[in-house]
Design a protein around this ligand. Structure first.
Ligand code: PGA
Length: 241
């Protein structure tokens, strides 16, 4: 796992956007693993700019989002589908058949979660997986204590995550307490992983990760120590050194 401090959040976002763009350029049938959250908003803004100014064929890409709140109406402005449309999909030439999210309602949930993992691995794994990180070390909604061999499934959110995400809702009571997330094993199957962490709130967890020698399930992101191709990109505020 390599770390690089690019100085500020704009440069970090530009770097991630260029990596996504270059992946599509070199592999038109790319599968991209996408993340949501505040950190990713400037990444998608930069990616939209790149795509709008450089001709590129997006017709063969597929995207797979990490997670979605459980039983939240997908039309609601807090859903991750809405987020992705608002920040990326509505601004580029991509069809709904090309973007995938974990199923988030009760009917056939287990079977649908298995199907999501199968689809992700069909033909070839995800070429580039984008990841944020929670202040508690979560990746996707895999909270501390999640077994490293976990696959896509429904999970309970921790109080820390509910509080961190309350800023996107009118009140904390409205934040869903459950979500469906790609598992840690699902994420680890990706060919390449790019983690982005910006802002001082992320510094303690990034420093902890930087200093860890061995993966430990109390820090979900530490599983990335087991992966051969991970880059953690930070700004000055989140830099571990
Ligand atoms: P954030 O979320 O980008 O909104 O900080 C990251 C995460 O929780 O994975």
């Amino acid at each position: 796992m390599d770390f690089i401090n690019l100085g500020n959040a704009k440069l970090a976002a530009q770097y991630a956007a260029i990596e996504l763009f270059r992946t599509i350029q070199s592999t038109p049938q790319s599968k991209l693993g996408l993340a949501t959250g505040g950190t990713m908003e400037p990444v998608y803004a930069e990616l939209v700019k790149l795509i709008q100014t450089n001709p590129i064929d997006l017709s063969d890409i597929q995207t797979f989002n990490l997670d979605e709140y459980y039983e939240l109406d997908r039309e609601s402005t807090q859903s991750y589908l809405y987020y992705m449309k608002h920040h990326l999909f509505d601004h580029i030439d991509i069809q709904p058949e090309q973007y995938y999210f974990p199923d988030n309602d009760a009917e056939n949930l287990d079977a649908d979660n298995k199907a999501y993992d199968t689809l992700i691995m069909q033909n070839h794994p995800i070429n580039l997986q984008l990841l944020g990180i929670g202040t508690n070390g979560h990746i996707g909604f895999n909270e501390p204590g999640t077994p490293f061999d976990s696959n896509t499934r429904m999970v309970d959110l921790t109080q820390e995550t509910i509080e961190a995400n309350a800023r996107f809702f009118d009140s904390i009571e409205e934040v869903p307490t459950k979500a469906v997330t790609m598992g840690i094993n699902t994420i680890l199957n990706s060919n390449r992983i790019l983690m982005l962490a910006t802002g001082e709130k992320k510094q303690p967890i990034i420093k902890q990760l930087y200093e860890m020698q061995y993966p430990d399930e109390t820090v979900p992101a530490s599983v990335l120590l087991n992966h051969p191709n991970v880059l953690v990109v930070t700004d000055n505020a989140a830099s571990p050194y």
